[in-house]
Structures are given as C-alpha cells and as structure tokens.
Design a protein around this ligand. Structure first.
Ligand code: PMP
Length: 282
C-alpha cells in the first residue's frame, strides 16, 4: 500500500477523498507537475516547484504552503514510499464548491501528490521514436501547466492511432512543441528551439538540454522554426521529464537525418546521463 500527500499530510493512498464538486474534476481548474526521481533522488525539484507556484499564480490560485514546506513533504513522500526510479505526480485544484464558473468566495485549494515506480524507457532513448504533425488547437496560455489537457489528449490519441510516440504541433506552419514535450531541431551544428513565450510550456528538461548543449559546445538559437525548416533538420529531439532526451527518427514517413539518432543527440544524452549519475552518487 502506497502513501499520498493530501494537502499538508502524508496519508495512505486509500484515505485520499476527492469531492465530486472539486473544480479540478468539473473544470480542470488547477495546475500540476510531473517530477522525475532517480534512485530515490528527486531531479530538478526546485525548478519544478518554481514552475508549480508560477502556474498557480497565473490562474490566481494561492498555494497555501511555503515552497520549502512542500519541498520537504515531497521528499518525505518519496522516502515513505521507498521509491527508487519513477516519478511524483503533484496537482493542486482550486478546491470544491457549488458549481459556478467564477471562484466561490470561501474555496480552499486541494493538493494531492502520489508517486509511481517507473523505470527509464531506455529503448526509446536508444532507438528513437516516430512522430506525426498536427495542428496546435490548444488555447493561448500554453506556458501554464494546467490540468486542462484535452488538446494534448486528443493529439496523443491521434499520434497513437498512427503508431507514433508523439505529435509535433504547429500553428500556421510554425512548430510550437509536442503534445507533452518540447521539440528541438539541429541543423549545421546549431540547436534550434522555440523561444519561451505563451505558445509553449517552458520545459524543465528543455532547460537541462540547453545547459547540456552549452557544456558540449553546441550553439543554441531560441527561435521558432517552421514545418518546412523541420524537414531540413538533420536531428530532431523531443524533451520532457519522462521522455528525457528522445530522438525523433521519422516524422509522418519522412526520415530524419540518417534515420538513426544523430551524433549531437548522443552527446546531449551522455551529458544528461552524467548529470543524473552525479546526482545519484552525491
Ligand atoms: N510541453 C508540454 C505541452 C508538456 O506537457 C510537457 C511535459 N509536461 C513539456 C513541454 C516538457 O516539460 P518538462 O520537461 O518540464 O517535463
């Protein structure tokens, strides 16, 4: 039996009760984070919590704990569950109240976190994955990690039905990001990635990737690229907490580069792995 964090208490999973009038359930009115844990060590926890608080602020939701307290509780949750490699799922909703669109006055946020053992999908990192291109039909605040995931859910389903791992989204021919990842391309020794704005989620792994690029001497241009430019990229990568640095080797039947993960991708993956080993050893 596992343990969950429920508001400020760690309880047995089965003790968590979510009201059917919770606004997370009825409106998707809340924000969340997925945080990776390697050998019991939480990776980039500060960065995830920073984004969690920022996302909450952007939807006018006040998290009723200090960041330090939540950080401590999440570490305790990992420990209590004896989690090795896996992830923490953390969400907060505006709370429960009689259904109306505007915020009820006396509402209190509801926070829940649980963990899942989840080994690294090494085959994907090694061999790469296929992707499909779809129109980005999401709202215009993709910088907020909201519980409203219908856009990505529909995109992922379409990708899945086509035998693809990810959907690469575009708006008017400009690549934004993946349904649940950031998308990057490498051409002539430069890594291109969408600039940080309201069209993408500023991925924690994206930032780790950019740090890795700097460390291995790969110049970065934070500048959106078009679908046409995407087809000229010799390497394409998606990043996310769970997908880490995953090579994309085929997009709608178009073979990327040589059809195998490229040299820069391998170097970036090695640099990423080095960061994890340091973390686990220290
Ligand atoms: N963009 C979207 C739309 C996502 O859902 C995710 C994964 N949550 C990412 C990017 C990657 O973010 P991160 O690296 O912080 O997991």
């Amino acid at each position: 039996m596992g343990y969950s964090l429920w508001n400020n208490r760690i309880v047995l999973d089965k003790e968590v009760i979510i009201d059917r009038e919770d606004r997370g359930y009825q409106f998707g009115d809340g924000v969340y984070e997925v945080i990776k844990v390697y050998d019991g060590i939480v990776f980039t926890l500060n960065e995830h919590l920073e984004r969690f608080y920022t996302s909450a602020e952007k939807i006018k939701l006040m998290i009723p704990f200090k960041k330090d307290k939540l950080l401590m509780l999440l570490r305790e949750l990992v420990h209590k569950n004896n989690l090795g490699t896996g992830h923490i799922y953390l969400q907060i909703t505006r709370g429960s109240g009689s259904r109306q669109h505007h915020f009820p006055h006396t509402i209190k946020p509801v926070l829940v976190a649980n963990v899942k053992e989840n080994p690294r999908p090494l085959a994907n990192f090694e061999n790469g994955v296929k992707a499909t291109i779809l129109e980005d039909i999401r709202w215009l605040r993709c910088d907020i990690k909201t519980l409203n995931l219908l856009g990505p859910v529909l995109a992922k389903q379409e990708a899945y039905e086509k035998g693809c791992y990810e959907a690469i989204l575009h708006r008017n021919g400009v690549v934004t990001e993946g349904a649940s990842s950031n998308v990057h391309g490498i051409l002539d020794g430069v890594l291109y990635t969408h600039q940080v704005d309201n069209m993408i989620l500023n991925g924690i792994t994206r930032n780790v990737l950019l740090a890795c690029a700097k460390e291995i001497g790969l110049p970065v241009k934070e500048q959106a690229f078009t679908l046409e430019q995407l087809t000229t990229m010799t390497e394409v990568i998606i990043t996310s907490t769970t997908s880490e640095i995953t090579p994309v080797i085929e997009i709608d039947g178009h073979v990327v580069g040589t059809g195998k993960p490229g040299e820069w991708t391998r170097k970036l993956q090695q640099q990423f792995n080095a960061k994890i080993s340091v973390l686990v050893r220290s």
